[in-house]
Design a protein around this ligand. Structure first.
Ligand SMILES: Cc1cc2nc3c(=O)[nH]c(=O)nc-3n(C[C@H](O)[C@H](O)[C@H](O)COP(=O)(O)O)c2cc1C
Length: 385
């Protein structure tokens, strides 16, 4: 099939992956209302077309999280990339490096921080889930320092895992070992199976030495989710701030109050996120939460946004509404599942091209100009009377 956009990569991923993995990536919680809203609410914003502005070849580089990047987006943390494509974490990191953008490795990864660092010299971030076992968090912080991770994203919207109904139907969460039904479903996707089988039975590297998490990625995944600390509090974030001197980011903020608390506690930035509509179903979309949060924290505090980004124009709308940078989730994961590292590169290139074309037609010469004059370029559509 001809692939021209992120939706095509999604389609290609659905053909290549066993259904239970595709649904795990694609799905949201409960009625998937927030998941849909994340997408739909971008369409309430419009871009200003300006002609004869000599804006071909706009400069896409920009600053976010205290550093200059080649593009205004990065690869956010997505769990178990190595299950969708062999060495998936390393492939994503290499594609990000080639594009000059950061890759954030999830705590729930097949590859470890050092595995990723061995294959890529790019800008590495690490996403931390704080588990009830605090020594484990300490181990991960050491590993993140050793791997030269520049930023730590502490995810705070996942005290418990919401019900993702597609996963329940597929038996995803309850499957901890290879059953005949699972085996049959995996065998239906021979290209994927052949690729993954070459790496042996996948397991989560960070807990491979911990028999209490079980063996094999599925059992480890179930145990890891179960053991996320449900009592994590602001005081823990303050302690983490003392122990981690590099960039510290809180991921999973949706309200102005929480963003103000995060700023007051001394973190370097927040990611406006509802976990891609995978947690609190009914929560507002991230693009609609953004203006209120920007107003609350002021112009100088770092704000990232994720959720529903599938088009370059989505990224432009987020930056024009006050985000410093954007994080991709499913968009690059579809690419990885469809075609490995080349698929991630294709996702990045597609978005780069879409941003470049839109900025040119908007008469906007650079991402910096877009951010500076946001409301000039991005406006809320008037609803009919
Ligand atoms: C399959 C999948 C796994 C994810 N795993 C993690 C994770 O391990 N840690 C985390 O902080 N966020 C995780 N997320 C959430 C993403 O970081 C991000 O918030 C979300 O995907 C953004 O929405 P989008 O996919 O619509 O762009 C995951 C998302 C998906 C789709």
């Amino acid at each position: 099939m001809t692939i021209v956009n992120i939706d095509d990569l999604r389609e290609a991923a659905s053909r290549r992956l066993p259904k239970l993995f595709f649904d795990y990536i694609d799905g949201g919680s409960f009625a998937e209302e927030t998941c849909r809203r994340n997408r739909e609410d971008f369409s309430h914003l419009s871009l200003r077309q300006t002609i004869l502005a000599n804006s071909a070849d706009p400069d896409l580089s920009t600053d976010f999280l205290g550093r200059q990047h080649a593009l205004p987006f990065m690869l956010g943390p997505v769990g178990f990339l190595g299950l969708y494509s062999r060495n998936g974490e390393q492939k994503a990191a290499r594609a990000a490096e080639a594009a000059g953008i950061p890759f954030a490795l999830s705590t729930f990864s097949i590859a470890s921080l050092s595995d990723v660092r061995e294959t890529s010299n790019g800008i590495l971030h690490f996403q931390l889930y704080v588990l009830d076992d605090r020594e484990f968090a300490e181990e991960l912080l050491h590993a993140a320092r050793d791997a030269n991770a520049e930023a730590l994203h502490v995810t705070v919207d996942t005290a418990i895992t919401a019900i993702r109904e597609r996963d329940v139907r597929n038996g995803f969460r309850s499957l901890t070992r290879l059953t005949p039904r699972l085996l049959a479903s995996l065998c239906r996707k021979p290209a994927w199976l052949f690729d993954i089988a070459q790496g042996g039975m996948p397991s989560v590297r960070a807990v491979r030495h911990r028999p209490d998490f079980g063996s094999g990625a599925l059992e480890q995944a179930a145990n890891l989710s179960r053991r996320i600390d449900k009592r994590l509090a602001w005081s823990d974030i303050a302690r983490l701030r003392d122990r981690w001197k590099r960039k510290l980011v809180i991921k999973g903020i949706l309200s102005p109050d929480d963003a103000e608390k995060a700023k007051a506690i001394g973190v370097d930035g927040v990611v406006i996120s509802n976990h891609g509509g995978r947690q609190l179903d009914g929560a507002m979309s991230t693009i609609s939460a953004l203006p209120g949060i920007r107003a609350a924290v002021g112009p100088d505090f770092s704000l990232m946004l994720d959720g529903g980004i599938r088009r370059g124009s989505d990224i432009i709308k987020a930056l024009g509404s006050g985000a410093d940078g954007v994080m991709l989730g499913r968009a690059y994961t579809y690419g990885l599942a469809a075609a490995g590292q080349a698929g991630v590169a294709q996702a990045i290139d597609t978005l780069r091209r879409e941003i470049s074309i839109a900025l040119t037609l908007m008469g906007c010469g650079s991402i910096e100009e877009l951010k500076r004059r946001g409301p000039h370029f991005v406006t809320k559509m008037r609803t009919p009377e």
